[in-house]
Structure formats: structure tokens, C-alpha cells
Design a protein around this ligand. Structure first.
Ligand code: GDP
Ligand code: IMO
Ligand code: MG
Length: 429
């Protein structure tokens, strides 16, 4: 067994939730380490669908502990709603099953107001954020003016921080962004109440992980978003405001890199992206529509239609390097059934020059067109396959091509949204 990190290799929504749920069976602790409720992780277990935005995707297992690390930005109202919904669904959430890091940053109403007002102000040039206040909250963290979970339990600290923050935020909202200003007292009242309810869950998550490591327990780190949405390595500025790469599991949970044994990169069998930004293999045609409809590619957080395109192996190979991927989990292979001729992008043509990596410059990326490898598709439903021998040879060929191109073995193939609709080629260890 191993301590594993699960990360998205594309632009998010690769199926991380499903794979984390699956791998939780062999783990003791599941830890989210970055992002916030911009994430939407979908699990389908025994025909029931769950979508988690903040709560780690291991929560359905009664005997496992889920931790929300210091690297997250947490909207307490959303977290409490998720806890309430789980309780209603008969999954009782107590501090025995869930912890929130005292150092996690808290999304405040002014963060969301700024996110929405800035997008409106940008108009055509907007980023297409989820509008959840993620960027402004991370900005305050780095500016050292943020509010942390522990502050929710100290009324005087909280009041002072909100008051000081609003002096600046209201100026921006009113004078620059043409938006409504906010008042301290209703925010203080609501957030003190969240603090009271959440207090039993607020702990030092790093210490909990350290205890688990000493007791030889298995830890699973759950990434959110995807490598190409990374604020450093992604398609900047069309990225999120955190680092979804595997290395963040350390800083965002409070653990040293020596404890990480295996990084699983989740790769959707084609590519999707929500929001604006470059997408070299995007399909603006019948096939793109077909994949979007068949794959039900709507955002799990905002309900927006996801843009769809062929699998971009340039993007995936960058992710192999940036995350040190040990194995790949290929998801949604079933969606490609029935397409006669499949394509995978193996390089970019940038105005006549072959590129093996995505250029950092947006302008240059805009000049790139995909160089495709074509291969025959397959017909029929593959969702019943439970080992590679039960797949059509063309589907196996598609998978082998990915392995050969990236140089990384496939550990898991997902052929449907359900927990059981999975081929475990080799359990990650
Ligand atoms: P995440 O953000 O990476 O956890 O992914 P999302 O949950 O946002 O989006 C993945 C969607 O695909 C969800 O609706 C999953 O239920 C679904 N899904 C995951 N794996 C498969 C698969 O192998 N086949 C099909 N058809 N759906 C899948
Ligand atoms: P999961 O974990 C897909 C995208 C947004 C937008 C950009 C910035 O479900 O894979 P933000 O609100 O973070 O400032 O928006 O990032 N984005 C995601 N796209 N999946 C996600 O999470 C995403 N989280 C953020 O659409 O383009
Ligand atoms: Mg998602």
C-alpha cells in the first residue's frame, strides 16, 4: 500500500471524485489540499449521485477520516450545507469523520462580490470563473489580510479583520466596480454562527496526518481542478488561483514530500474545459457536440456547458512532468464508443514549427494547431468490461497509445460513472 496523490491532468472535471472514492477503500485518511468550492466532484454509488465541493470524496466510507487541509479556501455556508445534505442522506458527519484545518482560509461575502463584479467589469475579456470568490480569497491570503478558520472562533479578532477588510473592499466595490458595498455587522453575525457550528471540526490537520503517518496508516490526497488550471503552470491567466499540481499536497496539508509514494494522474479519454482560455484540440462541430451530449459534459458546480475536444497528449505529457505521475487513470472511455475515427493530438504546429510542449505565451498558443494521430474507434457499450480482455481491441489500442506516448502505465480505466464500472489494471502502490 502507498500514500497516494490524485490529480487532474487536464483542465479539471477528469473524474477525480470517482477515482478518489474508489481508492478510498484502500486508504485510512482522505485529504483535500487546495482549491475550494469551485470544485465539483461527482460520485455515483449504488445508483445514488453525490456532488462534493469542499468535503473530500472519501466521505461515503464510514470508517475513514476526511480532512480539509490548510491549502483550501472554504466557504463555511457551503461546507455546512454539504454536511447537512449528507446528514439528510443518512451519512452522519461528526468530527470523528471530518476535520477542517484551523489554518484554512475563509471565503467571505466580499470575496464573492469582488469575483462577480470583476468578471462583469471585464465583460468580453472575462476569465469565466466559477464566481465563488476563490481568486479574491487567495489574494487576501497572500496579501496577509485573510481570515482563517481559527478566526471564526475569536469574535474580537473576526470583527476587527472584517472591519479593516471592508474599508478597502467597499472602496473597490463602490468606486471602481460599480457594485454594492457590504456592512460589517450582518457578516460578523453570520460568520460567528458558522464558527460556533464548525468549532468541533476545526483542528490542526497537519498533526492529524502526522499521527496517521506514525501509525502506518494510508493517506490519500485529493486534488481539485487540473494541472493546466495551475496558477504557475497552467494556461495563465485562464487558470484558477491555486496550484493543483501534486507537489501542493505537501504545502496544502502540512506534510513533507518524503511521505508521498505514488501520484495518479486522472486523464479523461478526451478533453474538456469550462470557462475561457486556449484549447488547441477543441471541436466546434458535430463530434464535439456528440461528445458533449453523450458525456453529459455540464459543469458540476455552475451547470455550464463544457467545451469538448480530442485528447491532447501534449497537455497530458506536460502533466506527467509537472506532477511526477506514476500511473494514469483513464476515465470516460465509454463515451468514445460509436465514433468511427478517433484522433489524439501528439504535437502542435506553431506557424510551421513543430512544438512538443505548450508555449507559455498565450499569443503563441493561439497560433498552435493540433497534429493528430488517427486510429479506428469501436462500436458498442463497454461499460460492462471489468478487465482489459473484455474491451474491443481498438479500445485497448487507444489505451496502449496513451501509455507509449506518455511513458506512464495505466493503473485504472473507468468505463462508467458508477464505482463498480471500473477496470483496475494494477492497483496503484
Ligand atoms: P471531477 O471534478 O474531476 O471529480 O469530475 P466531475 O465530477 O466534475 O466530472 C466527471 C463526470 O463524469 C461526473 O459526472 C462523473 O459521474 C462522470 N464520470 C466519471 N467517470 C466516468 C466514466 O468512466 N464514464 C462516464 N460515462 N462518466 C464518468
Ligand atoms: P474540479 O475540481 C473545471 C475553472 C473555471 C475558470 C477557472 C477560474 O471539479 O475539476 P475560479 O472560480 O477557480 O477562479 O475559476 O477555473 N475551474 C474549473 N474547471 N473543474 C474545476 O474543478 C474547476 N475549478 C475552477 O471554470 O475557467
Ligand atoms: Mg468537477
Amino acid at each position: 500500500m502507498a500514500n497516494m496523490v490524485v490529480v487532474g491532468s487536464q483542465w479539471g472535471d477528469e473524474g477525480k471524485g470517482k477515482v478518489v472514492d474508489l481508492l478510498t477503500a484502500g486508504s485510512d485518511l482522505v485529504v483535500r489540499f487546495q482549491g475550494g468550492n469551485n470544485a465539483g466532484h461527482t460520485l455515483v454509488v449504488d445508483g445514488r449521485q453525490f456532488i462534493f465541493h469542499i468535503v473530500p470524496s472519501g466521505i461515503l466510507y464510514e470508517d475513514k477520516k476526511c480532512l480539509i487541509g490548510n491549502g483550501l479556501v472554504v466557504d463555511p455556508a457551503v461546507l455546512l450545507e454539504e454536511i447537512k445534505n449528507l446528514n439528510t442522506a443518512g451519512i452522519s458527519i461528526t468530527p470523528k469523520r471530518l476535520s477542517l484545518s484551523e489554518k484554512a482560509h475563509i471565503i467571505m461575502p466580499y470575496h464573492q462580490a469582488l469575483d462577480l463584479a470583476r468578471e462583469k467589469y471585464k465583460g468580453e475579456t472575462k476569465l469565466g470563473t466559477t464566481g465563488r470568490g476563490i481568486g479574491p480569497c487567495y489574494e487576501d491570503k497572500v496579501a496577509r489580510t485573510g481570515i482563517r478558520a481559527i478566526d471564526l472562533t475569536e469574535p474580537d479578532t473576526l470583527e476587527e479583520k472584517i472591519r479593516v477588510a471592508l474599508e478597502e473592499k467597499n472602496f473597490l466595490l463602490e468606486k471602481f466596480l460599480n457594485a454594492q458595498p457590504l456592512e460589517t455587522s450582518p457578516i460578523l453575525k453570520a460568520y460567528l454562527s458558522y464558527g460556533e457550528t464548525l468549532a468541533p471540526f476545526i483542528t490542526d490537520v497537519s498533526l492529524e496526518i502526522d499521527d496517521a503517518v506514525k501509525a502506518d496508516k494510508q493517506i490519500l490526497f485529493e486534488g481539485a481542478q487540473g494541472t493546466h488550471l495551475d496558477v504557475d503552470h497552467g494556461t495563465y491567466p485562464f487558470v484558477t488561483s491555486s496550484n493543483p499540481v501534486a507537489g501542493t499536497a505537501c504545502a496544502g496539508a502540512g506534510i513533507g514530500p518524503g511521505y508521498l509514494d505514488h501520484v495518479v494522474g486522472i486523464v479523461k479519454a478526451y478533453t474538456t474545459r469550462v470557462g475561457a482560455g486556449p484549447f488547441v484540440t477543441e471541436l466546434d462541430d458535430e463530434i464535439g457536440n456528440h461528445i458533449q451530449e453523450r458525456g453529459r459534459e455540464f459543469g458540476a458546480t455552475t451547470g455550464r456547458r463544457r467545451r469538448c475536444g480530442w485528447l491532447d497528449l501534449v497537455v497530458v505529457r506536460d502533466s506527467v512532468r509537472l506532477n511526477g505521475l506514476n500511473s494514469l487513470a483513464i476515465t470516460k472511455l465509454d463515451i468514445l464508443g460509436g465514433i468511427a475515427n478517433l484522433k489524439m493530438c501528439v504535437g502542435y504546429d506553431m506557424a510551421g514549427k513543430r512544438m512538443d510542449q505548450r508555449p507559455a505565451s498565450l499569443k503563441k498558443t493561439g497560433l498552435c494547431t493540433p497534429i493528430y494521430e488517427e486510429m479506428p474507434g469501436w462500436d458498442g457499450d463497454i461499460s460492462q468490461a471489468r478487465n482489459l480482455d473484455q474491451l474491443p481491441p481498438e479500445a485497448v489500442n487507444y489505451l496502449r497509445f496513451i501509455e507509449d506516448f506518455t511513458g506512464v502505465p495505466i493503473s485504472i480505466v473507468s468505463v462508467g460513472p458508477g464505482r463498480d464500472e471500473t477496470i483496475v489494471v494494477k492497483y496503484p502502490s
